[in-house]
Design a protein around this ligand. Structure first.
Ligand code: HEM
Length: 531
């Protein structure tokens, strides 16, 4: 680390603060003003006031919902193929990733179980789990969601769907190649960047061909205003390639510098890639299901820009106590605390909107998943900011607590929002209802109960472990034994979550296999042809 780098980082923080101040001033003085009209751009004429609860199985609003689907069919149709390919691939990765998660978890309390099979030893199973859920399940499904929602937001059919097919193919080959490489012991050996860089080239090319149609659709959009979800999706699609390419250049960063770049990348995967996907989807699904614009659209601008300004340097708090300059860590702690601003902005919009319309929460299963996911975003972000404080971090660092926190964000927030979004999307895309409402409820309760057990077990284990590690009279062996019951608890919770994923995937397969729409369902695309 050189003084020049330090000056650059400090200047970027001061510039971010000044930019935030100017934004707040401009919004307060109505120089930048987005109001109800802009918040309503996701609705068609006459649609406000009509709840859209297509996942709630023939509720009284279904006829109205499908009336608007028919009007939107021309927009939805172009992207239907690539979106379905991405979503199907994403769900397959969810299953495979979860199986590796369970295997890794079991190995922490049954170390001798299948110890002779190299591809599923803990080091490889954990790595496979992380990379598959990050680049398979969450990224692939998130891109599918973005490619479906962006055309709706812009009132413009998806441009270049064939390019999106190519992108989906290359990205999938990249994840398959990376998975096989890690399983066979070939890895770059850097956390979150284990796929060998030669295989990462496939992901980079795939990402390019997936982002292009989204960006071209935005450029040719028919609506002047870019609804807030559009900002999040497009920004994620621009930020992620930079992060991925810079962090992956072989031989560029070495030693402590490499660790710094590693955590800069790894945390930004969550904050500048998966978070925009989750927050962007929730900003669309919540008001659409309720049938009213979000509570305070003006604040959404503040939320987006403060994420853009402050998130990028959060990750260095992972290196607290490591061999890097203290000021770099301190800067990252300050950035971590600044994250209260975007998180509170999102919370005001999303939670108040739902809290004022609890009837919709009771009625719509899709909203239940999405809103609980949005609540977990608030909780995991608050938890993250507090975890970055040195006094708290000295207990939680290097313990199971961090893994609990990671799952609160990646699972409680992103995955739950994705589940709810898929429950909402599929009836609109396929013109058919989910066939078995009981399976949606089973999925919901399995993952909610499973995740609660998972999170509580690791959180308690982490605090006990961290406190004991600071006590010089406890031995490492004693501490390891002490946390075993909690690790068993994690395996029970994780198995319930995985069962929930299988229920969801089976239901999705049944939905796809229904040859024709049921009598009482409505085939949107067919209706659109005759209307
Ligand atoms: C599909 C949803 C899931 C997502 C998005 C997810 C995400 C993650 C992430 C981000 C990490 C890295 C944590 C860190 O390094 O701090 C991780 C690690 C891990 N996950 Fe998951 N996970 C999911 C489901 C599961 C399930 C169902 C299990 C089953 C028990 C599981 C078990 C594990 C284990 C054992 C680790 C390694 C923890 C360690 O090193 O101690 N995960 N997961």
């Amino acid at each position: 680390m050189t003084p020049i780098l330090g000056i650059l980082l400090a200047t970027s923080f001061v510039a971010s603060l000044v930019a935030l101040g100017i934004l707040v001033w401009a919004v307060a003085n109505k120089l930048i003003f987005v109001g109800k009209a802009e918040a309503s751009t996701i609705f068609l004429e006459g649609e406000i006031g009509h709840p859209d609860d297509s996942a709630s199985f023939g509720g009284k609003n279904e006829a109205q919902t499908h009336h608007f689907d028919v009007l939107r069919a021309g927009i939805d149709r172009a992207g239907k193929g690539p979106v379905m390919v991405l979503v199907t691939a994403g769900i397959l990765w969810l299953l495979i990733g979860s199986i590796f998660g369970v295997i890794a978890s079991l190995k922490l309390h049954w170390p001798d179980w299948l110890a002779h099979i190299a591809p599923i030893t803990f080091g490889r199973a954990r790595t496979l789990h992380l990379n598959i859920v990050a680049y398979g399940w969450m990224s692939v499904t998130g891109i599918g969601v973005a490619l479906w929602l962006l055309p709706r937001i812009f009132h413009t059919p998806l441009r270049r769907p064939n390019m999106a097919y190519l992108g989906a193919l290359l990205w999938t080959l990249g994840v398959v190649g990376g998975t096989l490489a890690i399983a066979s012991g070939w890895s770059d050996g850097i956390e979150w960047l284990e796929f060998p860089w030669q295989i990462d080239l496939l992901l980079a090319a795939g990402g390019f061909f997936l982002a292009w149609p989204a960006i071209e659709t935005a450029a040719r959009r028919k609506s002047r205003h870019i609804y807030v979800s559009g900002w999040y999706f497009l920004a994620g699609m621009v930020w992620f390639p930079f992060l991925f390419l810079v962090a992956n250049i072989p031989g560029l960063h070495m030693g402590a510098q490499q660790a710094t770049v590693n955590w800069w990348f790894a945390h930004n995967v969550l904050g500048l890639w998966l978070t925009p996907m989750g927050v962007g989807a929730a900003y669309y699904i919540i008001p659409k299901i309720i049938g009213k614009p979000v509570y305070s659209y003006n604040v959404s601008l503040l939320g987006f820009w403060s994420l853009a300004l402050f998130y990028s340097q959060v990750g260095i708090h992972h290196l607290m106590g490591g061999p890097i300059p203290t000021w770099a860590v301190t800067l990252s702690v300050v950035h971590s605390i600044m994250m209260f601003v975007p998180v509170i902005a999102v919370a005001i919009n999303q939670h108040v909107t739902v809290a004022k319309n609890m009837w919709a929460f009771k009625q719509s299963m899709a909203l239940r998943f999405v809103w609980i996911g949005a609540l977990m975003y608030t909780l995991s972000s608050f938890q993250g900011s507090i975890e970055a404080l040195r006094s708290v971090n000295s207990v939680t660092h290097f313990t199971h607590y961090t893994v609990g926190h990671a799952h609160l964000g990646a699972y409680g927030f992103v995955s739950l929002v994705l589940f709810g979004t898929l429950y909402y999307m599929m009836p609109h895309i396929l013109g058919r209802r989910w066939p078995y409402p009981a399976l949606v409820k089973a999925h919901f309760w399995l993952v909610v109960v499973g995740f609660s057990i998972y999170f509580l077990s690791l959180t308690i284990a982490g605090v006990l472990q961290g406190t004991a590690l600071m006590d010089p009279s406890s031995t490492f062996a004693e501490i390891t034994k002490m946390v075993v019951p909690y690790l068993e608890g994690r395996s029970i919770g994780g198995t319930l979550m995985t069962l929930g994923h299988f229920v969801f995937a089976a239901h999705f397969a049944l939905l796809l296999l229904q040859k024709a729409p049921r009598d009482n369902a409505i085939d949107t695309f067919a209706l659109a042809k005759v209307s």
